[in-house]
Write a protein that binds this ligand. Structure first.
Ligand code: PTJ
Length: 252
C-alpha cells in the first residue's frame, strides 16, 4: 500500500495501474518497459502538461470534433491507465474505440474489449477484418468500419511504423507520446507530448468547451497549428528543465 503522503504518490499509483493491467492480462509485459520509458520522459518535462502540449490537446479536440469518422485506438497500456476516460472522450466526440495492439493476441484483444465494456463502453469496433497496407504481421489488423476508413485516428503510445503507415493512408494521426524524439512523435500530424493520464482528460475538457462551435471556428483553431513547432517546444522544455538542475556556475 502506497501512502498518499509519498512525494511520488501519483507516479507510483500510475505504475500500479500498469502492473494491475499485466496481472489481468490486459497489458503486455512489454507495456511495463514502455511505461518506464514514459516515466523518464515525464520526469524531464516536469511531470506537468506544458503550454505547447495543452495547445496540441486543444487542436486535437477540435480535429476530433470536426472530422466525420474519428476513431480512438486503444492498446494495453491505454486501457489499463485511462479506460474510463477514453470512453468519456469517445462519447464526447462520437468516435468508436478500436482495440489495436502491437503485441497482438486474440485473447488480449478480447480481454481489453471486455474490460472496456465492463467500464460502460458501447461504441466499440469489434471486427478487425482489414489490413493497413505496407505493414507486416498482426499489428496491421484493423476494423473495416473503424481505423481502416477513419479520417482521423487518436493513437496513444503508438508504434512508429504503424503511425507512418496510417499517415501514408492519408489519415490525420494524433499521437500521445512523452518522447518527442520517437518516430511516432516525429511522424504524427498532431503530437501531444504529455502523459496519457493528463492528456485524455484535457482533450475531453476541450471537446466539451468546443463542441458548440461552428465548423469555421473549429477550422480556425486547427489552421495555424504547426507540429514541428510543438516538438521543438517540447525539446526546449526538456532542455530548460535540465539546465535548472545544473549548479549555477556550470550553466552555459
Ligand atoms: O498493448 P500493445 O501490444 O499494443 O503494446 C503497447 C506498447 C506501448 C507496449 C507498444 O506500443 C510499445 O512497445 O510501445 P513503445 O515502442 O515502447 O513506445 C511507447 C512510447 O510511449 C514511448 O515513446 C514512451 O515514451 C511513451 N509512453 C509510455 N508511457 C506513456 C507514454 N506516453 C504518454 N503517456 C504514458 N503514460
Amino acid at each position: 500500500m502506497i501512502p498518499k503522503s509519498h512525494p511520488r504518490y501519483e507516479s507510483l499509483m500510475t505504475r500500479e495501474l500498469i502492473v494491475e493491467g499485466v496481472r489481468k492480462g490486459i497489458t503486455s509485459t512489454q507495456g511495463l518497459i514502455a511505461q518506464g520509458r514514459g516515466e523518464a520522459f515525464d520526469y524531464l518535462i516536469g511531470e506537468k502538461t506544458t503550454e505547447s502540449a495543452l495547445h496540441a490537446e486543444k487542436v486535437a479536440a477540435a480535429k476530433l470534433l470536426l472530422e466525420r469518422k474519428p476513431v480512438i485506438s486503444v492498446n494495453g497500456n491505454a486501457a489499463a491507465l485511462v479506460g474510463s476516460e477514453l470512453i468519456r472522450l469517445s462519447e464526447l466526440v462520437n468516435a468508436p474505440l478500436e482495440v489495436n495492439l502491437f503485441h497482438r493476441t486474440e485473447e488480449r484483444v478480447n480481454k481489453i474489449m471486455g474490460h472496456l465494456r465492463s467500464l460502460g463502453a458501447k461504441n466499440l469496433v469489434t471486427k478487425n477484418d482489414a489490413l493497413i497496407p505496407g505493414l507486416e504481421h498482426d499489428r496491421a489488423k484493423v476494423g473495416s468500419s473503424g481505423i481502416f476508413v477513419a479520417d482521423v485516428v487518436l493513437v496513444p503510445l503508438e508504434d512508429g511504423d504503424r503511425c507512418k503507415a496510417l499517415v501514408d493512408m492519408g489519415k490525420t494521426v494524433i499521437a500521445i507520446d512523452l518522447n518527442p524524439l520517437s518516430r511516432t512523435a516525429q511522424c504524427a500530424t498532431i503530437t501531444i507530448v504529455d502523459n496519457i493520464i493528463r492528456a485524455i482528460p484535457n482533450i475531453s475538457k476541450f471537446a466539451e468547451e468546443l463542441k458548440e462551435l461552428e465548423q469555421e471556428e473549429l477550422l480556425e483553431i486547427i489552421w495555424e497549428y504547426d507540429n514541428k513547432e510543438t516538438l521543438s517546444f517540447a525539446i526546449e522544455e526538456i532542455n530548460k528543465n535540465l539546465v535548472e538542475y545544473l549548479p549555477p556556475q556550470s550553466r552555459l
